[in-house]
Design a protein around this ligand. Structure first.
Ligand code: IVH
Length: 673
């Protein structure tokens, strides 16, 4: 129910709404764990705004309609913004977009003032300042006047230059942008967290916010944060005149900006909506999350002219995409055993079409989430996909709850092997402690071990692994290297050819690069990047296994948590035994040569990235190039040495072809590494 002017609202109802919004603010800003969706939050805020319009006498000075919710974070220095960091007004209605455009045209006195439209990133706002071309600071928005100094964490973002390139660099350059975690990185991060018994993040924005608030910048740096810059708060050269030139202006200094097709100059409401609809159509294909478009007056002189209210500029607004929702029924809540034994609840849904795909399952992350939302079998639920990577259960429609329904309880025993579960110390999750004989864990670990970015035994698909585990042919990694032809003959679906293929594949995988083997072992907190660092540092598995804690923490990019996990893993007799058997059965990890940056063929070369890479994120690719002494630039020119092209590569690819610049596929790139 939404308030409208005809309804009578009492002062205590207003105050109750205030309280509710404050509680959600705290969840969102301070804990990065919101309980309601952005859409629901925006509706509450609009309700509050409407009441305040009718009852100005009730309005409190610190009403959420007038302030920004982010309180200082303990442990971070507080810094004052030279230019206030404002928020944006927003709307979900086309009608209101029209109202906004009419209003600003009236304010500028020019009904033809052009508008610059661009993506609305769903991340964390940040102010970035460069002095004489050097990265000086990164500050969160905070309350708009004072924010958290997150410079150390911002410095770890691979795509953000510490030093600007190019000529005519303004003495002082203060920028606004958004820090985000790409969808793919988020999924990997969450899987890792859930498997380590930690709570998964609800969405990439929360993951980004949580990662930025880490006091340990090494750990923050491992989260794969990325950034895009979209506004200039100050630039002393005086050259920038139009919002729509911001992209090119910043790009000349090698700063990360939107792609060309994500920005458009529009003149009418109709053109604005066309851009919005076209973006909404393809939003799922973006490697990062957006939640709408931002419409800004194009002339920067007009920004100054019409100014801002206390909280938001008058010259911009956001048109947000309403999330797509669907109603369905939870058939049952099952549980899933992960690689490390952590048990996660999953809602098995009556299949329903949502934003173009059929949804039959939704992860419920952990038991607290199920309890909080009180989701039960047979419940009618509202599920939502707002460009989010994972569809989520928003809430239960209690009016449809059948009689006699009972609250869901987490398993007391492992659903696969029946062992009593244990609580993961310090976490909400529970875990099956039976690492040695739980078939569920074997299955997950082996699937992880043979995956493409690990041992890459692609003919050993999930179904086959399940069958081999079920038959007792494999229970651990080393067993894979003892599979004989006889074990496979007679198994359903296996013919001579597929048996040969599989055995061939297994044989080939023995010459795996060390980094991939280290990753495949599934050591908690060791992802592909860290595995790569370790392989570079130690060169051999033996050296890595013997290294003490102190040596691990001297490696840039390895924090104490990772170091501890490594020491524990290699000190565990079972793991030592397994590695020994792997080596005995012929696995020969290929030495990682320590490359001196200047010796590598990438040294001194300029790369341009385009399209979506399959395995690497852009920031990972950038990191790998820079580590080898190369540079990454935003646009293709005659000076470009290589274009690294992923899927759906566009104009940059065509230009590279035209200029005869060498184009590398992801595969070729990885080989060249
Ligand atoms: S411009 C002075 N442009 O949306 C106002 N903001 O919900 C400058 N946001 O606080 C903001 N994408 O964090 C601007 N292309 C974009 C944006 C954007 C995302 C964020 C920003 C803002 C929030 C409001």
């Amino acid at each position: 129910m939404y308030y409208n002017a005809c309804m009578k609202v009492t002062k205590s109802e207003y105050e109750a709404l205030l309280e509710t919004i404050r509680r959600h603010d705290e969840k969102y800003y301070e804990q990065a764990k919101p309980e309601i969706t952005d859409y629901e939050y925006d509706q509450l805020l609009k309700e509050l705004e409407a009441i305040e319009q009718d009852h100005p006498e009730w309005v409190v000075a610190d009403s959420p309609t007038r302030t920004l919710g982010d309180a200082p974070t303990a442990g971070f220095k507080q810094v004052k913004h030279k230019h206030p960091m404002l928020s944006l007004s927003n709307t979900y209605s086309e009608e209101e977009v029209k109202g906004f455009i009419d209003r600003i045209h009236k304010l500028t006195g020019n009904e033809k003032s052009p508008l610059s439209c661009e993506l609305k990133m769903d991340g964390v706002a940040v102010g970035i300042t460069y002095i004489n071309g050097r990265l000086k600071s990164g500050v969160t928005r905070g309350n708009g006047k004072v924010g958290d100094d997150i410079t150390a964490n911002v410095r770890k973002i691979a795509s953000l230059p510490k030093e600007l390139k190019g000529s005519d660099i303004p003495e002082r350059l203060e920028l606004r942008g958004e820090i985000f975690i790409p969808k793919k990185t988020f999924l990997a991060l969450n899987t890792e967290r859930e498997e380590n018994g930690e709570e998964g993040w609800a969405n990439p924005r929360n993951a980004a916010a949580g990662s930025l608030k880490l006091l340990d910048s090494e750990e923050s740096g491992r989260r794969g944060l990325d950034i895009v810059l979209y506004n200039v708060a100050e630039e002393t050269s005086g050259k920038l005149k139009k919002q729509s030139d911001t992209r090119e202006f910043l790009k000349q200094f090698d700063l990360p900006v939107f792609a060309k097709e994500h920005v458009a100059v529009c003149h009418t409401e109709q053109e604005v909506m066309e851009f919005a609809h076209q973006i909404e159509k393809v939003r799922d294909d973006f490697p990062f999350e957006i939640d709408g478009i931002v419409i800004k007056l194009d002339q920067l002189s007009e920004h100054k002219f019409i100014g801002s209210t206390g909280k938001c500029p008058r010259w911009a607004t956001a048109y947000k995409f309403a999330p797509e929702q669907a109603v369905t029924v939870v058939k049952e809540i099952t549980t899933q055993v992960g690689r490390t034994g952590v048990i996660t609840p999953v809602a098995e849904l009556e299949p329903v079409l949502l934003a173009g795909s059929t949804i039959a399952r939704a992860t419920l992350h952990n038991q607290d989430e199920v309890k909080r939302k009180d989701i039960r079998a047979q419940d009618t639920v509202i599920i939502e996909k707002g460009g989010d990577v994972i569809p989520k259960v928003v809430r239960v429609d209690l009016s449809k709850r059948p009689d006699g329904s009972v609250a869901w309880e987490m398993d007391t025993h492992c659903p696969i092997c029946g062992t009593p579960v244990e609580r993961v110390p310090g976490q909400v999750a529970v875990r099956c402690p039976n690492r040695d004989t739980c078939g569920g864990q074997h299955l997950r670990r082996i699937n992880f071990f043979v995956a493409k970015n690990a041992m890459d035994i692609d003919t050993l698909g999930e179904k086959i692994v399940a069958k081999l585990v079920e038959k007792g042919i494999i229970a651990n990694f080393a067993d894979i290297y003892a599979i004989r032809r006889e074990d496979l003959e007679g198994l359903e679906g296996f013919k001579d050819k597929s048996i040969n293929n599989l055995l061939d594949n297994i044989e080939k995988s023995k010459d795996v690069p060390l980094a991939r083997l280290v990753f495949a072992l599934g050591i908690p907190f060791v992802g592909t990047q860290t595995a790569e660092l370790l392989a570079q540092e130690f060169g051999t598995l033996e050296a890595l296994m013997e290294a003490p804690f102190e040596q691990f923490v001297t490696i840039e990019g390895v924090g104490p948590k990772v170091a501890e996990s490594l020491v524990e893993f290699f000190a565990t007799p079972r793991n030592q035994e397994e590695i020994k058997t792997l080596l005995e059965r012929g696995v020969r990890p290929q030495k990682a040569e320590k490359v001196a940056a200047s010796d590598h063929p990438f040294a001194g070369k300029t790369f341009v990235l385009t399209g979506t890479l399959e395995e690497l994120t852009r920031s990972e690719a950038t990191h790998l190039i820079k580590e080898r002494g190369g540079k990454v630039s935003g646009s293709v020119s005659k000076k470009t040495d290589y274009v690294l092209a992923g899927e759906a590569a566009g104009a940059k690819y065509d230009k590279a072809q035209k200029l005869g610049v060498k184009i590398l596929s992801e595969e070729e790139f990885k080989k060249a590494l």
